[in-house]
Design a protein around this ligand. Structure first.
Ligand code: HEC
Ligand code: HEC
Length: 405
């Protein structure tokens, strides 16, 4: 059975850049293409009216009276996830910090590694001190289509990791088990965030509502401190502040959203097609996996709190990621949910929607695609060298292909 599923995945991977006709996955379910588009339209999981309601919650700006802060980063989810449509990316980065202890273990900055950039009172502003000498920026991420990513079975991600291991060498990605906040005691393979710190969109929503906006909610009930100091004297709203269960609406919006679409006009050029082949040949696709199939409808996820609906189940998606952690030589030294071994690892960036970005890599410090490829060292040195050995026209073809994503 496993072999069969593996074959199906490989078959898809091979045909990934073309059109996939309906096929069958292990359970005999018809596999169809997930819809795509930057069009503010539902993927069919809920109707358009319900989708628009959920999207508005994601766009809504919160005020101090509604619980914003005391320390926070922005007033709405869409402030950082917006381009070209709500749920896409933005140029906004967030700041993380910490240091190493005597044993070399990462220790977060006071009050957590996320350093909030804003506060509702000047005395609460967090500022990095010299002790916290590990710092990084993290760009915001696309959330469109993330319902399909949530619906990938753990086993599928573990199979991709085993598959990488079979190729030998250190290229194998690491899957980490992370807590599912809405199902206490349950863990799942992490897939969201630069460090794969979450596996569930409801958990991520609760985390972001508290840490990016300062809104306490049913899953995370305690306000952040300002650099370790209590903010109680400045907090006018009693916990919990998310009275209307907004985290449920954010989750619904993300689950019902469509993944980024490709620029077909570019994708269909001879140059981009050649680039897609080179992308496979030089080994980029080993980590940036072109096609993954989601679990069948009816599959129970997140400790039974989410059942894969027909709109999300048995769908072929093209995220160009393995959703695993790798050390490609760009590690930021920060540990979140994955333990000390993950300090210098990052999730393979999903390349769907890449054409909406102009600042690349976790820190947003690469301003060209060529630079982001050349920064890949560590376990991806092989494919970087193969890229560098391509002739000028071939390199341009790879870039052309990337610009179609
Ligand atoms: C200040 C900007 C900012 C705000 C506000 C914000 N986010 Fe994010 N979001 C980010 C950044 C930065 C990341 C990457 C974080 C990381 O992994 O270090 C991210 C990552 C995510 C991811 C992971 C996406 C993926 O595919 O891996 C989800 C889901 C998400 N945010 C949801 C939300 C929700 C829901 C809200 C509103 C409650 C929100 N965000 C508010 C900046 C923001
Ligand atoms: C060993 C796994 C691995 C291989 C092989 C690999 N990548 Fe990556 N890629 C990553 C990781 C991990 C990141 C995130 C690194 C970071 O942000 O510091 C990344 C990031 C990127 C980004 C930046 C995307 C963004 O949204 O900022 C691009 C572009 C990219 N890779 C293209 C390629 C190309 C082209 C190749 C082949 C020449 C390749 N990668 C090979 C793992 C890999």
């Amino acid at each position: 059975m496993k072999l069969l599923k593996f074959l199906v995945v490989v078959l898809f991977a091979v045909t990934a850049v073309g059109v996939i006709s309906a096929s069958r996955n292990v359970s005999g379910q018809a596999v169809t293409e997930a819809p795509t588009g930057f069009d503010n339209k539902t993927n069919g999981m809920i109707d358009q009216l319900a989708f628009d309601t959920a999207r508005k919650a994601f766009e809504e700006r919160d005020t101090i009276e509604e619980g914003l802060g005391p320390v926070y980063n922005a007033q709405s989810c869409a402030e950082c996830h917006q381009s070209p449509t709500t749920g896409g990316i933005s140029q906004i980065t967030v700041l993380r910090a910490g240091h190493r202890d005597r044993n070399g273990n990462f220790v977060e900055a006071p009050g957590g590694s996320l350093v909030q950039d804003r506060a509702i009172h000047p005395s609460l502003q967090e500022v990095i001190t010299l002790d916290e000498n590990i710092t990084t920026f993290r760009t915001s991420l696309n959330v469109l289509g993330d319902g399909f990513v949530e619906a990938i079975a753990d086993e599928t991600l573990l199979e991709i990791a085993r598959n990488q291991e079979r190729r030998g060498g250190p290229i194998a990605g690491q899957a980490i088990q992370v807590p599912v906040l809405e199902a206490p005691g349950i863990t799942r393979v992490g897939r969201f965030g630069w460090k794969n710190q979450h596996a569930s969109l409801l958990s991520f929503s609760a985390d972001a509502y508290l840490n990016e906006m300062g809104i306490t909610n049913r899953l995370l009930r305690t306000e952040n401190t300002s650099w370790g100091r209590s903010v109680a004297a400045f907090d006018p709203v009693p916990e919990i502040e998310d009275q209307e269960d907004d985290i449920e609406l954010f989750t619904r919006f993300m689950r019902a959203s469509k993944p980024p679409s490709r620029d077909e006009a570019i994708a269909n050029t001879i140059e981009a097609r050649a680039g897609a082949q080179l992308f496979n040949q030089i080994g980029c696709a080993v980590c940036h996996v072109p096609t993954i199939v989601t679990a069948p409808p009816g599959t129970s996820l997140n400790g039974g709190t989410f059942i894969v609906p027909p709109a999300l189940g048995s769908k072929a998606i093209h995220p160009f990621s393995d959703f695993l952690l790798h050390d490609v030589g760009t590690g930021d030294g920060i540990v979140q949910n994955g333990g000390q071994a993950t300090a210098n690892k990052l999730r393979t960036s999903p390349l769907w929607g890449l054409r909406t970005r102009n600042r690349f890599m976790h820190d947003g410090l690469s301003l060209t695609l060529e630079d982001s490829i050349r920064r890949h060292r560590g376990t991806s040195t092989g494919s970087t060298n193969r890229f560098n050995q391509l002739n000028e026209r071939q390199r341009a073809q790879v870039i052309r292909f990337l610009r179609s994503l």
